[in-house]
Design a protein around this ligand. Structure first.
Ligand SMILES: [Fe+2]
Ligand SMILES: [Fe+2]
Length: 190
Protein backbone atom coordinates (compact mmCIF):
# COMPACT_ATOMS: atom_id res chain seq x y z
CA UNK A 1 0.00 0.00 0.00
CA UNK A 2 2.65 2.56 1.07
CA UNK A 3 6.30 2.29 0.06
CA UNK A 4 7.89 3.55 3.26
CA UNK A 5 11.48 3.37 1.96
CA UNK A 6 10.56 5.46 -1.10
CA UNK A 7 8.64 7.97 1.04
CA UNK A 8 11.54 8.39 3.51
CA UNK A 9 14.02 8.79 0.66
CA UNK A 10 11.85 11.49 -0.92
CA UNK A 11 11.47 13.27 2.40
CA UNK A 12 15.21 13.17 3.01
CA UNK A 13 15.86 14.81 -0.36
CA UNK A 14 13.45 17.66 0.42
CA UNK A 15 14.36 18.69 3.99
CA UNK A 16 17.37 19.28 6.23
CA UNK A 17 18.55 16.58 8.62
CA UNK A 18 17.06 18.45 11.58
CA UNK A 19 13.67 18.67 9.87
CA UNK A 20 13.89 15.05 8.77
CA UNK A 21 14.38 13.96 12.38
CA UNK A 22 11.44 16.14 13.45
CA UNK A 23 9.24 14.48 10.80
CA UNK A 24 10.19 10.99 11.96
CA UNK A 25 9.52 12.00 15.59
CA UNK A 26 6.10 13.38 14.63
CA UNK A 27 5.38 10.11 12.81
CA UNK A 28 6.29 8.12 15.95
CA UNK A 29 4.18 10.35 18.22
CA UNK A 30 1.27 10.15 15.76
CA UNK A 31 1.49 6.35 15.79
CA UNK A 32 1.40 6.34 19.59
CA UNK A 33 -1.67 8.60 19.67
CA UNK A 34 -3.33 6.58 16.89
CA UNK A 35 -3.14 3.49 19.11
CA UNK A 36 -4.81 5.34 21.99
CA UNK A 37 -7.58 6.74 19.77
CA UNK A 38 -8.11 3.58 17.69
CA UNK A 39 -6.96 5.10 14.39
CA UNK A 40 -4.98 3.23 11.72
CA UNK A 41 -1.39 3.48 13.04
CA UNK A 42 0.28 3.18 9.65
CA UNK A 43 -1.81 6.00 8.22
CA UNK A 44 -0.93 8.16 11.22
CA UNK A 45 2.76 7.38 10.81
CA UNK A 46 2.75 8.24 7.09
CA UNK A 47 0.85 11.50 7.65
CA UNK A 48 3.22 12.36 10.52
CA UNK A 49 6.44 11.82 8.59
CA UNK A 50 5.11 13.72 5.56
CA UNK A 51 3.51 16.69 7.35
CA UNK A 52 6.50 19.03 6.79
CA UNK A 53 7.72 17.76 3.41
CA UNK A 54 7.12 21.20 1.85
CA UNK A 55 8.34 23.25 4.82
CA UNK A 56 11.73 24.10 3.33
CA UNK A 57 10.56 24.70 -0.24
CA UNK A 58 11.03 28.18 -1.69
CA UNK A 59 7.96 30.14 -2.74
CA UNK A 60 8.84 29.43 -6.38
CA UNK A 61 9.02 25.68 -5.76
CA UNK A 62 5.72 25.78 -3.88
CA UNK A 63 4.10 27.48 -6.88
CA UNK A 64 5.46 24.76 -9.17
CA UNK A 65 3.84 22.09 -6.98
CA UNK A 66 0.52 23.92 -6.84
CA UNK A 67 0.38 24.79 -10.57
CA UNK A 68 -2.92 26.69 -10.85
CA UNK A 69 -2.59 28.84 -7.77
CA UNK A 70 -5.96 30.55 -8.37
CA UNK A 71 -7.72 27.52 -6.87
CA UNK A 72 -5.90 27.90 -3.52
CA UNK A 73 -6.70 30.09 -0.49
CA UNK A 74 -6.67 33.85 -1.14
CA UNK A 75 -4.04 34.24 1.58
CA UNK A 76 -1.52 32.30 -0.46
CA UNK A 77 1.13 34.84 -1.31
CA UNK A 78 4.87 35.30 -1.09
CA UNK A 79 4.39 37.35 2.09
CA UNK A 80 3.03 34.44 4.13
CA UNK A 81 3.85 31.41 2.00
CA UNK A 82 5.43 29.51 4.90
CA UNK A 83 1.99 29.02 6.47
CA UNK A 84 1.00 27.04 3.39
CA UNK A 85 3.59 24.29 3.57
CA UNK A 86 0.82 21.96 4.80
CA UNK A 87 -1.29 22.74 1.78
CA UNK A 88 1.63 22.36 -0.62
CA UNK A 89 2.78 19.19 1.16
CA UNK A 90 -0.59 17.51 0.66
CA UNK A 91 -0.58 18.34 -3.06
CA UNK A 92 3.00 17.08 -3.32
CA UNK A 93 2.16 13.84 -1.48
CA UNK A 94 -0.76 13.15 -3.82
CA UNK A 95 1.04 14.08 -7.04
CA UNK A 96 4.49 12.65 -6.48
CA UNK A 97 4.21 10.09 -3.67
CA UNK A 98 0.91 8.56 -4.80
CA UNK A 99 -0.80 9.09 -1.46
CA UNK A 100 -4.51 8.80 -2.21
CA UNK A 101 -6.06 8.54 1.26
CA UNK A 102 -8.01 11.79 1.73
CA UNK A 103 -7.76 11.67 5.52
CA UNK A 104 -3.95 11.42 5.33
CA UNK A 105 -3.83 14.25 2.78
CA UNK A 106 -6.10 16.45 4.90
CA UNK A 107 -4.03 15.76 8.02
CA UNK A 108 -0.96 17.06 6.14
CA UNK A 109 -2.93 19.96 4.61
CA UNK A 110 -4.40 21.33 7.83
CA UNK A 111 -1.59 20.69 10.32
CA UNK A 112 -0.63 24.39 10.38
CA UNK A 113 -4.01 26.09 10.33
CA UNK A 114 -6.49 23.53 11.63
CA UNK A 115 -10.04 23.74 10.26
CA UNK A 116 -13.56 23.17 11.50
CA UNK A 117 -14.69 19.54 11.84
CA UNK A 118 -11.17 18.13 11.99
CA UNK A 119 -11.06 14.33 11.78
CA UNK A 120 -9.42 12.33 14.59
CA UNK A 121 -6.39 11.73 12.34
CA UNK A 122 -6.11 15.47 11.56
CA UNK A 123 -6.17 16.21 15.31
CA UNK A 124 -3.57 13.50 15.96
CA UNK A 125 -1.13 15.04 13.47
CA UNK A 126 -1.73 18.52 14.85
CA UNK A 127 -1.02 17.24 18.37
CA UNK A 128 1.98 15.11 17.37
CA UNK A 129 3.59 18.10 15.66
CA UNK A 130 3.30 20.16 18.87
CA UNK A 131 4.44 17.54 21.36
CA UNK A 132 6.94 15.36 19.44
CA UNK A 133 9.85 14.08 21.48
CA UNK A 134 12.40 16.77 20.52
CA UNK A 135 10.08 19.70 21.37
CA UNK A 136 11.05 21.76 24.38
CA UNK A 137 8.82 24.40 25.94
CA UNK A 138 7.45 25.17 29.36
CA UNK A 139 4.55 22.91 30.22
CA UNK A 140 5.21 20.38 27.48
CA UNK A 141 4.82 17.42 29.85
CA UNK A 142 1.35 18.66 30.76
CA UNK A 143 0.42 18.85 27.06
CA UNK A 144 1.90 15.39 26.37
CA UNK A 145 -0.31 13.93 29.10
CA UNK A 146 -3.33 15.99 28.01
CA UNK A 147 -3.04 14.74 24.41
CA UNK A 148 -3.53 11.20 25.64
CA UNK A 149 -6.85 12.12 27.24
CA UNK A 150 -8.30 14.77 24.93
CA UNK A 151 -6.99 15.79 21.50
CA UNK A 152 -8.60 19.24 21.69
CA UNK A 153 -6.51 20.68 24.55
CA UNK A 154 -3.24 21.10 22.63
CA UNK A 155 -5.03 22.40 19.53
CA UNK A 156 -7.06 25.03 21.42
CA UNK A 157 -3.90 26.23 23.17
CA UNK A 158 -1.91 26.48 19.94
CA UNK A 159 -4.71 28.11 17.93
CA UNK A 160 -5.42 30.69 20.61
CA UNK A 161 -1.72 31.63 20.68
CA UNK A 162 -1.65 31.85 16.86
CA UNK A 163 -4.73 34.10 16.84
CA UNK A 164 -3.31 36.33 19.61
CA UNK A 165 -0.04 36.62 17.72
CA UNK A 166 -1.83 37.59 14.50
CA UNK A 167 -3.80 40.26 16.35
CA UNK A 168 -0.66 41.56 18.10
CA UNK A 169 1.13 41.90 14.78
CA UNK A 170 -2.02 43.17 13.06
CA UNK A 171 -1.94 40.29 10.59
CA UNK A 172 -4.88 38.64 8.90
CA UNK A 173 -6.38 35.73 10.88
CA UNK A 174 -6.60 32.74 8.54
CA UNK A 175 -10.20 31.65 8.11
CA UNK A 176 -9.43 27.97 8.82
CA UNK A 177 -7.68 28.88 12.07
CA UNK A 178 -10.57 31.09 13.15
CA UNK A 179 -13.17 28.43 12.31
CA UNK A 180 -11.15 25.62 13.93
CA UNK A 181 -10.88 27.62 17.14
CA UNK A 182 -14.60 28.41 17.30
CA UNK A 183 -15.50 24.83 16.43
CA UNK A 184 -13.38 23.39 19.25
CA UNK A 185 -14.54 25.97 21.78
CA UNK A 186 -18.18 25.18 20.88
CA UNK A 187 -17.48 21.47 21.35
CA UNK A 188 -16.29 22.15 24.94
CA UNK A 189 -19.64 23.75 25.86
CA UNK A 190 -21.89 21.22 27.53
FE1 LIG B 1 4.59 22.23 9.70
FE1 LIG C 1 6.28 20.10 12.01
Amino acid sequence: MYDLIFICKELKSKVSERRYNHCINVGCMAKKLAKIYSVDEKKAYIAGILHDIAKEMSYEDQLKVLEDVSTYPPEFSRRNYRVFHGWVGSVYAKKYLKITDEDVLNAIRYHTTGRKNMSVLEKIIYNADCISIERRFEGIEYFRRAAQLDLNIVIIDKLSKAIKESVRKQRRILINTFEAYNDLIDSQII
